[in-house]
Design a protein around this ligand. Structure first.
Ligand SMILES: Cc1cc2nc3c(=O)[nH]c(=O)nc-3n(C[C@H](O)[C@H](O)[C@H](O)COP(=O)(O)OP(=O)(O)OC[C@H]3O[C@@H](n4cnc5c(N)ncnc54)[C@H](O)[C@@H]3O)c2cc1C
Length: 396
């Protein structure tokens, strides 16, 4: 038996022993566990499952053991993922520190910064927010104006960030700030970590069409930030920002698998909501063929994602392929949403009425919310510009 077979067996046994029955069911949004100083658990089972995974470092399976990570190889991490999927184990932790910030800090942070922040991310003790966009700096992010002045032992930060997801729940925020107004745009930016509890930080929620309110505008009014919170070199924050965006876009390309695990299958929904023919197929042949085509595309996309995952770990990835993922994945998800709505017909018009089942309401609300995926992390238009220039070599 190979080492990986043994790893699979011990992992399976460990999961069976440590993942309570109630945590072996599709996750619903309300029961996701997010990190943070004020984190809560939906049940004692959820807490036990989270704590077992965090203690093993499996909330960040491939991160180095010295910071509390799992220290697994890419192959082992894949096996863990497969075994968790086989048993339907819920993800133990949702956290942008895990998906986006941690990987960038592992690459650019000082040893002291890694020691300070990485273990807390793995143990879900600190929740992070992303402070990139500003009211007049979205796609053109490098024109950001929030400034950090050098005041000897600290920076003095003034300005505002917008669309900061869950800033009202976050403990810390990683921010892009202007440290040299005289330099060309990208060259005067630094990457700063700010404790949201600092004096001078305030937030204001923004409500969304989906009825949720997870967006905030975050204000910095003479906020003192210690110099040790600068990640990477002064005025070289753009490099850190780009690395982090790569992780954000990879995460977003597989958004469907991350957000809702109470999976709504196109085929299953169609079979329960639409007339079937005598052979048990969806009677509307045209719709049936579109459902089949999209299902195949989604399967192919998953396999592409998997291939890229291995290429990435083997450091053999073709960066041009990676650029396509976010664009394809988010568009595909929106096409699925459109089809789901078409299947529901009039029932998709329900928003909060008693006539709609909770699944139907969720489909409609997801349809509205998922429109944001082709905006967040860089809009599709900008992605297509990048693909045209950098992947296809087309002149601007
Ligand atoms: C769900 C969600 C979560 C987010 N979370 C965060 C967060 O936590 N932290 C954070 O900092 N930001 C966050 N954002 C903000 C996000 O990064 C910005 O919305 C995004 O970068 C686009 O910027 P903008 O909204 O200012 O649009 P704009 O840049 O004003 O763009 C408006 C439109 O013009 C198009 N456009 C702009 N420039 C070009 C061009 N050169 N060529 C072609 N078309 C162009 C765009 O594609 C878009 O359609 C989030 C956004 C969403 C939707």
């Amino acid at each position: 038996m190979s080492d990986l077979d043994t790893f699979r067996q011990t992992t399976r046994a460990w999961l069976l022993e440590n993942c309570p029955e109630s945590q072996r069911q599709p996750i619903v949004k309300a029961e996701q566990i997010w990190g943070g100083r004020n984190r809560t658990f939906p049940s004692a089972d959820a807490k036990a499952w989270f704590e077992a995974m965090a203690a093993k470092g499996w909330t960040a399976p491939t991160w180095p053991r010295e910071y509390g990570g799992g220290g697994l190889s890419a192959e082992e991490a894949k096996i863990l993922q497969q075994e968790m999927a086989r048993l339907q184990c819920r993800p133990a932790l949702y956290e942008i520190g895990i998906w986006m910030f941690g990987p960038a800090l592992l690459g650019f942070g000082t040893e002291a910064q890694k020691q300070e922040h990485i273990p807390k991310i793995i143990r879900g003790e600190i929740r992070w927010a992303q402070g990139y966009s500003e009211p007049s700096a979205g796609s053109d992010l490098a024109s950001l104006k929030t400034k950090a002045e050098d005041c000897g032992d600290h920076f003095l930060v003034n300005g505002t960030k917008i669309w900061t997801t869950n800033a009202h729940l976050a403990d810390w925020i990683f921010c892009l700030v202007r440290t040299n107004p005289a330099a060309p745009k990208q060259q005067g930016i630094s990457f700063l970590l700010i404790d949201m509890a600092s004096e001078g930080v305030s937030i204001s929620p923004i409500e969304l069409i989906s009825g949720e309110s997870e967006f905030c505008q975050t204000f910095f009014d003479n906020v003192k930030v210690p110099k040790r919170n600068l990640v990477g070199e002064l005025n070289k924050g753009w490099d850190v920002a780009k690395e982090l965006l790569k992780h954000e876009r990879t995460m977003m390309s597989s958004m469907e698998s991350m957000t809702e695990k109470e999976d709504v299958s196109l085929d299953v929904l169609a079979r329960t909501h639409l007339p079937l023919n005598s052979e048990g197929q969806i009677a509307n042949a045209e719709l049936r063929s579109r459902i089949a085509a999209l299902s195949m595309e989604m399967e192919a996309f998953q396999q592409l994602n998997e291939r890229l995952y291995y290429q990435h770990k083997a450091r053999q990835v073709d960066p041009r392929l990676g650029m396509l993922l976010k664009h394809i994945g988010t568009k595909q998800l929106q096409r699925k949403d459109e089809l789901l709505l078409e299947i529901l017909g009039n029932r998709a018009l329900s928003w909060e009425t008693h006539r709609a089942s909770s699944t139907e309401q969720r489909i409609t609300r997801n349809w509205a919310f998922n429109k944001s995926h082709t905006i967040a992390g860089g809009t599709s238009e900008i992605q297509l510009n990048i693909i045209a220039k950098r992947a296809l070599g087309m002149a601007s």
